[in-house]
Design a binder for this molecule. Structure first.
Ligand SMILES: [Ca+2]
Length: 144
């Protein structure tokens, strides 16, 4: 059971929330994208502001540039921003891009526009989180 919880946390850590996506979209717009893309140079300058070393940013770029065209669309930019955030929090970068990161969360906060399945998924994730927290508390109380 603890293993399932661990896997769950490892899985959910990569998910981009609609709030994060909204923030990334604003930053993307601020870079004045041309025809929906920011150039490698534009993105590079912006990503360097994170303070991460260029070698790490290159790794992040390779993961986030899904179609390897050397520029970033909205989704790729959001993935890069999320990876930078996780890296700054001490998370190791994945060797391959987790599938969950390629899923587009709705950037619109209006619940009516979120498909029922997505809402249902959110509830399941929330319930699993609560459940896992109980399991972890149980293990802490009984074994440590
Ligand atoms: Ca690209």
């Amino acid at each position: 059971m603890a293993q399932i919880c661990k896997s769950f946390f490892l899985f959910s850590v990569w998910a981009i929330t609609p709030e994060e996506r909204g923030k990334h979209d604003k930053q993307f717009e601020n870079l004045a994208p041309v025809l929906g893309y920011v150039s490698g140079e534009q993105a590079r300058k912006f990503f360097l502001q994170s303070g991460l070393p260029p070698s790490v940013l290159a790794e992040i770029w390779n993961l986030a540039d899904i179609d390897y065209d050397g520029k970033m669309d909205r989704l790729e930019f959001s993935i890069a921003m999320k990876l930078i955030k996780l890296k700054l929090q001490g998370q190791n970068l994945p060797s391959a891009l987790p599938v969950i990161m390629k899923q587009t969360p709705t950037s619109n906060n209006n619940n009516a526009n979120i498909p029922l399945s997505a809402r249902f998924g959110k509830i399941i994730i929330l319930l699993s989180k609560i459940y896992c927290q109980f399991i972890i508390m149980y293990f802490k109380n009984h074994f440590f």
